[in-house]
Design a binder for this molecule. Structure first.
Ligand SMILES: NC(=O)c1ccc[n+]([C@@H]2O[C@H](COP(=O)([O-])OP(=O)(O)OC[C@H]3O[C@@H](n4cnc5c(N)ncnc54)[C@H](OP(=O)(O)O)[C@@H]3O)[C@@H](O)[C@H]2O)c1
Length: 279
């Protein structure tokens, strides 16, 4: 643990810890909170990425790797020592793993779950004692439309996001008596460098190629991270009863899913995701 002195000015500000802040949505979320006068703990798993916040007065760069529980406990202890408390945790860090489930190696799947699900829970567990003592706080999980809807060849990602949704849905009952809110942010596409580690698997290669083509095409229409960061901010400070905060494109798809009979939804999804486009 690094020794910090608590700056009295920074103690007056609200404090957010954002995981996976090296780039993409996490970085945009750091900027969003910072511009609104918060003290921000921005975490990155690669220590080189912490340099971008050197010298920033209200942003503390902290090393945190979801696969390394000691780094999680140290990061939370450092932030509490420096800023005095954590008001909001944004569980943003996440990675992708895709391919057919048949070909997926179980150790690869376990590693994916270990980081994305168990690691996210470990960060949450680490901030809870402080929040419970103060009887206030908010936990915000960035999931995805893939946390609400099965997608072909993306099952590892879908499974992990469903797990984070289930974790949040259960936790909210446990934490409500302590004044701690739990929220979900459910984006559809975000224009970032987010990518899936694809495993290759021969029997499905045509459909996988079509899906990859669809995803590349979809990135052009994806939301900029700054816009999604505003949704994360809204979810973090909301005092109303809303629990899920889908982005507007995700909301449209969820509405279609709710209205259509399942076989029709399946055919639509198959036609849109797995049919090769004319080049
Ligand atoms: N992009 C999309 O279309 C999209 C759509 C819906 C939801 N999301 C979700 O949005 C969140 C942010 O993703 P993004 O689009 O901003 O992509 P991104 O730029 O790749 O950001 C992902 C962040 O998570 C970090 N990360 C990955 N594995 C980690 C680990 N084991 N420990 C600590 N940090 C780890 C990455 O760190 P490194 O820089 O070290 O890799 C990076 O900072 C993710 O949860 C993602 O699932 C993305």
């Amino acid at each position: 643990m690094t020794q910090h002195t608590i700056d009295p000015e920074s103690q007056r500000r609200r404090v957010v810890l954002i995981t996976g802040a090296s780039g993409g949505l996490g970085k945009a979320t750091v900027d969003q909170f910072e511009s609104r006068g918060w003290s921000v703990a921005a975490t990155a798993r690669d220590p080189h990425n912490l340099n971008q916040w050197k010298g920033a007065s209200n942003i503390l760069g902290v090393h945190l790797d979801l696969s390394d529980h000691a780094s999680i406990d140290n990061a939370v202890a450092d932030v509490e020592e420096r800023f005095g408390r954590i008001d909001v945790l944004v569980n943003n860090a996440g990675s992708g793993l895709a391919g057919s489930l048949e070909a997926m190696s179980l150790p690869a799947l376990q590693k994916h779950f270990e980081a994305n699900v168990v690691g996210t829970l470990a960060v949450t567990k680490a901030v809870l004692p402080g929040m419970r003592r103060r009887r206030a706080g908010a936990i915000v999980n960035v999931t995805s439309i893939a946390g609400r809807l099965g997608l072909p060849f993306m099952a590892p990602y879908v499974m992990a996001k469903f797990a984070l949704e289930g974790m949040a849905e259960s936790l909210r009952y446990e934490l409500a008596p302590f004044g701690i809110k739990v929220r979900l942010v459910e984006p559809s596409g975000i224009r970032t460098n987010f990518g899936h580690a694809w495993i290759s698997n021969a029997p499905y290669e045509h459909e996988i190629a079509a899906l990859q083509q669809h995803m590349a095409h979809g990135m052009n229409k994806a939301m900029p991270p700054e816009k999604v960061a505003r949704v994360v901010y809204r979810a973090s400070v909301s005092t109303g009863p809303a629990f899920r905060f889908p982005t507007h494109d995700a909301r449209a798809l969820l509405l279609i899913k709710a209205l259509l009979p399942d076989p029709i939804m399946q055919s639509l999804m198959r036609a849109s995701l797995l049919k090769a486009r004319p080049s």
